[in-house]
Design a protein around this ligand. Structure first.
Ligand code: HEC
Ligand code: HEC
Length: 254
């Protein structure tokens, strides 16, 4: 992996190691329970079905502003649910995800994370569910230019010290286990919202402030451009440097 800016690689990977070794220690998950939570929620603690907002296929929704979860990296999802439960990440839309995460036990959070992560990793089958930029534009949403976003994803913005997304999130944002999430084919609205949250510091659960540093010098236009490219880029297996999606390692038993 190449890094276009200097940052504390050592401590980042120390963090990643902590996450993966925590889950490697004989961890067992119950995928059927994860599926049940995803589709039905949990009545006694008032957690609604995840599918109601993240969609039955796990692909998220631009209308609701929810992220795609299907195929996301297990350790990353588990960390986000833990961060919501601990209030290290705040869902500023009515605290919804904080309440949901607190309504699940630690084991249930892992169960549902594993269920989500094992789903639709093969993104070729879900290309049709990517954000529809034309419809968003027609609805009055500001949408960026994919070709300008492509340049930021691959090369960053030198004069503003914005690091290339690819240096951490890999080719077309496909993600790197265990800690760099898949941001390719993530929903447009969600990507824009999160970049703005990193920029204004209202999301601050990134180790070493890596994402706050990436976003702090980006303009609204830069953010729209990068989101336009990432949200719609197909995970073509034939493009240069991307002969196949990396295999996933499952750090738990089930
Ligand atoms: C009422 C709608 C709603 C429901 C129900 C819901 N979510 Fe969410 N979820 C959201 C929204 C909105 C966000 C983005 C919040 C933010 O900006 O932090 C989100 C974010 C997340 C994230 C962070 C993803 C990322 O890429 O960082 C995870 C993981 C998640 N939800 C899992 C779940 C699970 C598991 C359930 C079911 C137990 C669930 N959600 C139920 C609306 C919902
Ligand atoms: C130095 C490494 C690094 C670089 C460069 C980087 N990221 Fe990230 N990014 C991360 C890490 C680590 C996280 C996970 C933070 C966490 O644990 O919540 C992350 C998370 C994100 C998220 C949140 C994903 C989600 O599902 O919630 C988005 C969006 C994102 N990055 C976009 C970008 C974009 C766009 C660029 C390029 C302009 C970029 N990143 C460059 C390391 C990086």
């Amino acid at each position: 992996m190449r890094y276009s800016t200097k940052f504390a690689v050592g401590s980042l990977f120390a963090f990643a190691f902590a996450v993966s070794s925590a889950s490697a220690g004989g961890l067992t998950v119950d995928l059927a329970n994860g599926e049940n939570i995803y589709n039905n929620g949990k009545e006694d603690t008032g957690v609604p079905a995840c599918s109601g907002c993240h969609m039955p296929d796990g692909m998220g929704s631009d209308d609701l502003g929810t992220p795609r979860l299907a195929g996301q990296i297990f350790q990353f999802i588990a960390k986000q649910l833990q961060d919501y439960a601990d209030d290290k990440r705040e869902d500023t839309t009515m605290y919804i995800m904080n309440s949901n995460a607190k309504g699940l036990t630690a084991q249930e959070r892992l169960d549902v994370s594993a269920y989500i992560a094992e789903w639709q990793h093969d993104r070729e089958t879900v290309d049709k569910s990517v954000s529809d930029l034309n419809t968003l534009r027609a609805n009055g949403v500001e949408v960026g230019e994919t070709y300008l976003g492509k340049s930021i994803v691959n090369h960053g913005i030198g004069e503003k010290s914005v690091a290339a997304c690819r240096s951490c999130h890999d080719y077309n944002g496909r993600g790197v286990e265990p800690m760099f999430p898949m941001i390719g084919q993530q929903k447009y609205t969600y990507l824009v919202a999160q970049m703005k949250k990193w920029r204004d510091g209202s999301r601050a659960n990134d180790p070493q402030a890596v994402m706050r540093n990436v976003a702090k010098n980006m303009s609204d236009e830069d953010i729209n451009n990068v989101a336009a490219y990432l949200s719609t880029k197909e995970a073509s297996p034939y493009s240069l440097g991307n002969s196949r999606l990396p295999a996933r390692h499952v750090p738990y038993k089930h």
